[in-house]
Design a protein around this ligand. Sequence first.
Ligand code: CDP
Length: 240
Amino acid sequence: MKVGTPEKFIVKGKRLDGRAPDEIRPIKIEAGVLKRADGSARVEWGGNIAVAACYGPREVHPRHMAKPDKAVLRINYNMAPFSVSDRKRPGTDRRSMEISKVTSEALEPVVFTHLYPNTAIDVFVEILNAAAGTRCTGITAASVAIADAGIPMKDLVPACAAGKVGGEIVVDLCDIEDNFGEADLPMAIIPRTGDISLLQMDGNFTPSEFKKAFEMAKTGCEQVYKVQMDALRNKYGKME
Ligand code: CDP
């Protein structure tokens, strides 16, 4: 057991931050927050703050990355040095490369990339404050930013994690649960088709625990999806 592990993660049915096991943290999404970007979004989720900026379709540099039959969807996930409790060294590292890659793979199935051959769609995801679950926050923000850029999409992609803490399955882990918990299962879904476009796992679940966590994360994603839709309705629903 790691030093600093809480004695109990759940007391009288409430988690350390007062939530029920199946309750996600408060989430707010705003579309179109950056004037210079073609599309953008800000997501505040628990203690996480992410801003996503989408540019494109535009010319591909370096040119050899261009694909003759579709646009390349490039995600650049970056954590600000001040976003975490210990200063994060600025710049790309293995973790940010991994998260950029899985984010791109989570979003690619919904974007009509074949409409824009030989171009790039670039999405920059900046994490301004991190409190566990930044990849899910980033995917959620990036998908609203792409929609805000007016790029045709089959659906939005919401993301949410579930995990295991003190032997219990809970949704949307907070900082301390993520640090000291036994397992974490971030997931992204394509609600219209029911497809899963991100599924990662850290730690161990029994098969029945996995099933429960999977269902909880899926329900969490569906809740996030509603907030994503509302963000777009708030911006575009008012345009007559
Ligand atoms: O953020 P996410 O849960 O998607 O990814 P993670 O690699 O499992 O990181 C979990 C959490 O650890 C982050 O959300 C941050 O709060 C924290 N973290 C940190 O404090 N310093 C880092 N260099 C990386 C992550």
